[in-house]
Design a protein around this ligand. Sequence first.
Ligand code: ZN
Length: 319
Amino acid sequence: MKKHVVGVDIGGTKLATVVADTAGNILNKVRKPTLAERGPEYALQLLFDMVHETIELAGLEPTAISAIGVSCGGPLDTETGIVYSPPNLPGWDALPLKSQLESEFEIPVTIENDANASALAEYRFGGGRGYNAVLYMTMSTGIGGGIVLDGQVYHGANDSAGEVGHQILLPDGPLCGCGKRGCLEALCSGPAIARRAQAAVRNEKASATTLLDLAGGRVEDIRSEHVLAAARHGDALALHLVEETAYYMGWGIANLVNILNPDIVLLGTIAVAAGDLLLNPIRKTVSEFAMTRPAEAVKIAPAQLGEALGDLAAVALVV
Ligand SMILES: [Zn+2]
């Protein structure tokens, strides 16, 4: 009776393996540091051991597992299962991850980039339940995204769809990690918010005491969390930074709303931490910038899976 699946979440700092039932209930979890600097052979062997260990800890025989879902940083090819040099996994150059796992465990393996897998998890288990067109956007060290339409991840021609963070809003704006300028990610990721906050504090020292205090007095230590905390205290500069962030996010989301006509846009991490402080001005900008009909249809809400997202992302691929 194959009533269980294994989920594998591969990150640059952590590897996690879980066993879940087909309803997505996690039975067991093993987590270890990736030690990415030791290269892919080390990480793969560790991963094999962890999968075996997780199955054993769940009190199951390997034959009880029907499939393995793998959520991994891209770029990767979902059909061939080959991973192409994710920035956080040095040495993973054209690594045939799917076939290596399939030959070790002799069951089907599905791999997906982490943002797409997260979108599918929110669709199956989180804030996207009950909707047909779901757009999920991360808002953390980068701005990634995944599009789920009628229950399927939209991959595009070569698994490159969903790069919502690299739409260019300000062609002369700040440099982005992708090499272009003024991408949404270069304006609204956690590090980008921190950079804008640091620049604002340097310009307006007199009115920036709350932000500076929260960061321990050092401008270069100001992070996006400090901006949110100061804004909650009513600090004018921090509130301005939140409004500016919401304006760019709303602008970017309005573009996507016009193109995709989603039922719901789910925003992760920073948006979850900020709640309506950030979401309300985002909603306002979307309703101003998007066309009337798609703007009327869309809900903009925080992602729901929180800490469980990584595990459920991998599991969502195979249940
Ligand atoms: Zn970019």
